[in-house]
Write a protein that binds this ligand. Structure first.
Ligand code: ANZ
Ligand code: ZN
Length: 847
């Protein structure tokens, strides 16, 4: 038996697979398709352990799918535009492209070394003009459809990255990439109208049973649909007399209108300044406005910050109660949700409650929780006479309850979507002072960036014709490679780039110098993989119809909103352009857990606890690395990197290597297996193989590779026991079985340890094809069961049924088979005892 030499084997097969172009998509439409995709990497350097884990999971799935007879698409590429390339270029005084291409080459070499089964003919690099050309093309198609527009508004400007950010890119008040706190700037920017799809993006989450619940929940929250009503309040003049001006609020709790004791405007509310200009209230209001500018809208809306506000000197009249309440400005009100104005109900809303306490505004209870109501009735009081002008609570009573002090609505249920809410909204509608309304938290996607290393927005600014698209036959607008990034040069300072002529009138004009958010590049790359060389279209309808949707998508949870939401939007928009036929791009989503160090800390360069893949590949080989990654934890769980587990994986590979060789040497490919002639030890192994294959097949379907590997380990143990028995007594051996199980072990491990598998496939089992192209082993669970015996089932000593159980069934197994067989006799009763006589009977004692 040859020694297991991982490096020699892996180098040999790496070359052989390249030569054969083994992983090329078959394009065999007689087979069902399977599209397995890992989120493509950003080429910031060599691959790290998180990548290795991500791709190992995907690779095991793709390889096994191929073995099970699918035509498999399993591509890779690079999300190659982005700021780190620019920063590195500045630091090393090179071009962003140079740095990017060098890193991509390095990552590709590691992928090859890891044995990933990518069809390299479909490699996509988003910074290649033949890719970003089509990004520009799509941009223009969306523009034609009215899904692209420009707008001047306060945007998040990141001082660290020197560019604006989308709302999604401000996480916990900080830039998602550099952690700086964004500033508000009033700028004219480009937007994608993702809000046109808000309802569909929400509804279609229901079409994704193969996505983790928490990802769907995060998307639903981000989209943030709220059903409520708009209510018009009448503004009073400085003397408190009603005017004919109205201010409208959005509320989900119209039922609480009688508890509205003050009224709030966002600091950015249009017309706020007119209310206070020249009055004594102007200065304090301006102070609140200035303070609010320093904080992101997201944080402000969360309501966890200290609240600031100021009285405007004005009042509004409540359309239902007729009450006059003061108008304040408050920094926890945001301008881009609802109407930017809010009816404050401090008894029911915690933020309003805190504001009222801070500024000593009245809190009038108009909703009683069930226990408060019970206490009231106990005290012999009626809700109709209930009267209170303040509360001694320490927080708002926000949930549902019974309305009090609410005029004719008193006694109705209050709460979201409640009886009281419906009644009040109906009356508002009748009076013309309110109407049903649905609001979304989702905002349009701001896609322009003031950065060089991105896809140029294909537009030209002409003094005569306005902003016009670059004609299709002039695409792509390519990036110049002459910028001196180190000297801080930008596209806006590069005349060779921006000087152009207007495509409409031919006069001198200025090219748009903003580039697109790199998330636009990653929103459709999975479509380009379907048809990567198409030079007429981003992808053909035919190719998209063949391959879409992606069947299994694997990546990190950090993309739960950004990338996954944007991709869903692109898919829907391209569908509406007639370019494909699916509503959703990714049928199943697997969010892999984090890779942590042995102490449970996330690996990071700054902590100095990074384990580079090479540190495992060099001593042990890629197969050991892959096996360890899949064995340490189920894919969706975090895993702590464990040296011992790696060494253990290596021991197992070597042991399995030896056992396969021994089986192969003892076996024969030509012998026919006759079950009836197997010795007891052989029969045991024969059953074990059926059980193991069944379990592995199911585990692979559920992506539970760790338990699949455990099962394979058990099969290897069973094979070892069988070989030992053969050694003691040669008549135990069966040539056909030995060969079969050798083949099984190799095939079952082939998706996980592919180099190891191919070496054995050729050398020990003398095949000329690859384990990858051979079929996944078949099983028959009926063959796995041991012999059965019929036993009697009694209930309280009376014979009620007969049932077949395995001869070697345990008492627990006998009992549960028995209980099932007599379920109608014991329904509604408890089995207090089961008397089991193996091979004969079970007597259930019930109460
Ligand atoms: C009165 C009220 C009483 C409210 C009550 C809540 C509870 P969701 O569910 O997130 O849609 N609101 C409306 N516009 C706002 C803005 N621009 N900035 C900050 N808050 C705003 O939240 C809707 C509720 O958020 C609305 O219903 C409004 O307060 C507040 F017991 O109106 B409510
Ligand atoms: Zn023009």
């Amino acid at each position: 038996i040859p020694a297991y030499d991982a490096q020699a084997i892996e180098n040999k097969w790496m070359r052989a697979w390249d030569e054969e172009n083994l992983f090329a998509v078959e394009e065999d439409s007689s087979k069902p398709k399977k599209y397995v995709l890992e989120m493509f990497p950003y080429p910031s350097g060599d691959l790290h352990m998180g990548h290795a884990r991500n791709y190992t999971i995907g690779d095991a799935m793709a390889r096994q799918a191929r073995m099970r007879g699918y035509d498999v698409l399993h591509p890779i590429g690079f999300d190659a535009f982005g700021l780190p390339a620019e920063n590195a270029a500045i630091k090393h005084n090179t071009q962003a492209g140079e740095w990017t291409y060098k890193n991509m080459d390095q990552a590709l070499a590691t992928m090859r070394r890891m044995g990933f089964s990518y069809d390299m003919d479909r490699l996509v690099k988003t910074c290649n003009p033949d890719y970003y050309r089509w990004g520009q093309w799509i941009f223009e198609k969306l523009w034609e459809r009215g899904l692209v527009y420009r707008k001047k508004s306060p945007v998040n400007w990141c001082p660290g990255c020197n560019t604006v950010l989308a709302n999604e890119q401000v996480t916990e008040g900080k830039c998602w990439r550099c952690g700086s706190e964004p500033e508000k700037r009033e700028l004219e920017q480009w937007y994608f109208k993702i809000t046109d799809y808000a309802q569909e993006l929400l509804d279609d989450l229901e079409k994704l049973p193969g996505w983790p619940e928490r990802v769907k929940q995060m998307q639903a929250n981000w989209i943030g649909r709220s059903e409520g009503a708009e209510v018009d309040f009448t503004l009073c003049d400085a003397d408190g007399n009603p005017t004919d001006e109205k201010i409208t609020v959005f509320t989900t709790r119209a039922d609480t209108l009688f508890g509205c004791t003050f009224f709030l405007l966002a600091p950015e509310y249009k017309g706020l300044m007119e209310l206070v200009e020249g009055t004594e209230y102007e200065t304090p209001v301006r102070r609140v406005v200035a303070g609010a500018e320093k904080v992101s809208a997201v944080e402000r809306a969360q309501g966890t910050l200290e609240k600031h506000g100021a009285f405007t000197g004005r009042y509004v009249v409540n359309p239902v109660s007729g009450q006059k309440v003061p108008v304040w400005v408050a920094d926890y009100i945001v301008s881009d949700y609802g109407t930017g104005a809010v009816m404050a109900v401090p008894c029911g809303d915690q933020r309003d409650f805190e504001f009222a306490r801070k500024y000593d505004l009245p809190i009038v209870p108009i909703i009683l929780m069930d226990d408060e109501l019970a206490a009231l009735e106990e005290a012999g009081e009626s809700i109709d006479t209930y009267h209170a002008e303040s509360v001694d609570w320490d927080c708002a009573h926000a949930a549902e309850g019974t309305l009090v002090q609410s005029g004719k609505y008193t006694g109705m249920r209050g709460g979201k979507h409640s009886e009281g809410e419906a009644a009040i909204v109906a009356d508002l509608e009748e009076a013309g002072t309110g109407r049903r309304s649905v609001q979304f938290r989702l905002r349009d996607w701001l896609i322009s960036r003031q950065r060089y290393w991105g896809n140029p927005i294909p537009a030209v600014h002409c003094d005569h014709c306005g902003i016009v698209p670059v004609p299709e036959d002039q695409l792509p607008v390519t990036l110049p490679d002459t910028l001196d990034l180190a000297a801080g040069e930008t596209l806006a300072e590069c005349p060779e780039f921006f000087e152009t002529t207007c495509p409409v009138c031919g006069r001198p004009a200025r090219r748009e110098t903003d580039t697109m958010d790199t998330f636009t590049c990653s929103s459709w790359y999975y479509l380009r993989y379907c048809d990567p060389h198409n030079d007429q279209l981003p992808f053909s309808r035919e190719a998209a119809d063949r391959w879409m949707p992606v069947d299994n998508y694997i990546g990190g949870i950090e993309h739960a909103i950004l990338h996954l939401l944007y991709s869903r939007f692109f898919t829907k928009a391209l569908r509406d352009l007639g370019m494909l036929d699916v509503d959703e791009p990714f049928t199943n989503l697997l969010c892999q857990g984090m890779v942590k160090d042995a102490n449970g800390e996330t690996m990071s360069k700054s902590k100095g606890n990074v384990v580079p893949p090479s540190s495992v590949i060099e001593p042990y080989g890629a197969d050991t690395m892959r096996l360890a990654i899949l064995f340490i934890a189920p894919p969706e769980k975090d895993f702590d990197w464990d040296e011992d587990a790696v060494a253990g994986a290596n021991r197992f590979i070597k042991r399995a290597w030896r056992i396969v060789w021994q089986l192969a040497l003892a076996g024969s490919a030509d012998a026919k297996l006759q079950k009836g002639k197997l010795s007891a030890a052989a029969l045991e192994l024969y059953r074990e193989r059926h059980r193991t294959i069944a379990k592995c097949t199911d585990d692979f379907d559920r992506q539970q590779f760790n338990t699949a590997i455990s099962a394979i380990m058990e099969l290897v143990n069973a094979a070892s026991a069988y070989l030992n028995a053969c050694e003691k007594d040669a008549s135990v051996a069966d040539e056909a079985l030995s060969w079969l199980v050798a083949t099984d072990i190799v095939s079952l491990l082939a998706p996980i340890c592919p180099f190891w598998a191919d070496e054995l496939w050729h050398e020990a089992l003398h095949h000329t094809d690859n384990a990858y192209t051979a079929p996944w082993p078949e099983f028959d669970l009926a063959e796995a069961v041991t012999d059965t015996v019929q036993i009697a089932v009694q209930v309280l000593g009376k014979l009620r049924a007969r049932v077949d159980v395995p001869t070697d069934a345990t008492q627990d197994e006998m009992r549960s088979a028995a209980e099932e067989a007599v379920s109608k006799w014991i329904e509604g009763k408890t089995v207090v005892k089961a008397i089991c006589v193996p091979g004969k009977l079970v007597n259930l004692v019930v109460k």
